[in-house]
Write a protein that binds this ligand. Sequence first.
Ligand code: ZN
Length: 678
Amino acid sequence: MRHKVLAAIFLATTAAGAQTATDPLRIWVGNPDPAGVTAWVQSHLDEATKQENTLLAVTGARTAANTLAPYDEADRALSTAARGAHLLNAAGSAKELRDAAQAESRRVSAASTELSLNRTVYDRLASIDIGGAGADTKFYLAKLLRDYRLQGVDKDEATRKQIRALRDQITNLVLQFNRNIAEGTAHIEVKGSELDGLPSDYIARHKPDANGVITLTTDEPDYRPVMEYARSTELRHRLFDAYNERCYPANRDVLLKMLTLRAQLAHLLGFTNYADYAAADKMIGSAANIRSLITELDKVAAPARAREMERLIAYAKTQDPSLTSIPEYSARYWLNQYETFTYNFDSQAVRAYFPFAQVQEGVLSTASRLFHVHFTVVPGAPTWDPSVTVLDVTDGREAGGKKLGRIYLDMHPRPGKDKWFNAGPVVLGKRGIALPEARLNGNFTGGENGDPGLMQYDDVVTFFHEFGHMMHMVLGGNQQYEGTGPLSVEWDFVEAPSQMLEEFFASRSVLDPFAHDYKTNQPMPEALFNNMIRADAFDRGIQTERQLMYAGFALHLHDRDPSQVDPDALLAASYKQYSAFTEDPANRMYATFTHLTGYASNYYTYQLSKVIALDFFTQFDPANLLDGPTALRYRKAVLEPGGSVSANTLVKNFLGRPQQYEAMRQWINKDLESSPAK
Ligand SMILES: [Zn+2]
């Protein structure tokens, strides 16, 4: 077995005296010190080198067994090292440990990049005789070779040199763009009376100086409440402009340079434009398909947006008769006013029904029914922090089934832990070698003794969303290759399974078993539930169109000759087409739009995943969401194959056809306000 080989290597390379990790898959076992972390990572880097050498040493006919299999093991060793270092960096208990893990992360990342650009490895993989191999093997190899080609590894030496230089320059521009945003805080000065409408704790935090002047920054905790609550139109306008201009013109220049270099890179790799290149390894496949996704969704969302805007403006006019349209800087304010007035919805009142421990029980039992799995707490299982709950996942709703994997619930903030909500694998599954293990990283309330941890509805939905990622990793993490696991599924599909789960928690029948008042144990009153769901659903047309505006804008920056790109003109055109709010000519949001670095032209992915998630959800019987036959069919068709087939195939296997827009149309246009409460 591979475990034993790894363990042997590990022992041989451990520095004397270091407190070591003692499990080749789980870095946290044995509570390693920083030197132990380095030794653990090194053992995996050595293993990867060994596997790579095995692959390169093959003389004679290259087969999946003698070439692809060691490649996958090299990749697994690097991925295991990356996951371990990432985990301790994000959640390690001591600062020295997190620092060591961060340095190790960089070392692993450099080794992975080297493997992904290795021409000799590519040539060996490309020469495999794949004739008699199974479908999984063929799919895996084709995808690997495509990814190598998208990196330009198959090009001649001179071209590869150019590609590398371009990538380095692009990376530097990305860093510059993001650093400008991180450092680009702007300020405005206001008088106390201008804070009218803001929550009292906000006002208490912003005391005037000796001259009676209050300084507001463009950081989120200062910015967001003003846009939502400040009654002063002038204040919202001023802070909106400061916020959106804070990296202008510096980032306009950086962006234009970045677009030019990206276009050059795409040309070298044989693509007409960068948007086509960046779509080539996605479900969507091309810039033309992104364009038609946006066009179709616009048709679906425009009627709802018009209806919502009509109501919004009618309401705003009752408050301000002079108003004829709503400017962008007042959008959130009026949406917030309208929802509070119309639904009389108090998001604080709902919290009594969502104490943390009850919600966690509810998430686990809902997932157990839905996915036909059982969760068992493993007392004393080693973790990286004593507050983490460890559960084994077994097949079937009752205890005693076959073990499928393990999950770690790391749910509350603690000093030094990262501030995000996400789910990720901590052990990569591979059939016959390792069962998958996944971790939910949360920063939910309720970690302290005596605190019931009353959650917002949004947080409850987030919990189930992240749990969806974990179910995907556990149920799909048992493939022939580590490289065909659920993590390798196309990027524009990966949110669909978790977005689908969000819909379940908008149903009374799913919430009722656990959403009880933490003091009286009473279920949520009908009116409160309805108002919660209505307030949540009111602006779906407006918000979908807003997402399309960003998606279209990001696409158009990347789908044409960069020398012809005028970001201001493109942004104005996008507003005109997709937004019902009037644009502010001083709006330079592109200079702070961080998605332009990581997502480039692929902002559409959120919307495609949503289309698929909602289409999937329509397959479930609304009267019997958890217990009908669809759930098991979904588990088998969508989750269990992991990344061993294309996402388009997963969709077709479950729906019997490609995804359609109808479910999204109904979801956006569900006019809860005109229909009687159910
Ligand atoms: Zn997600």
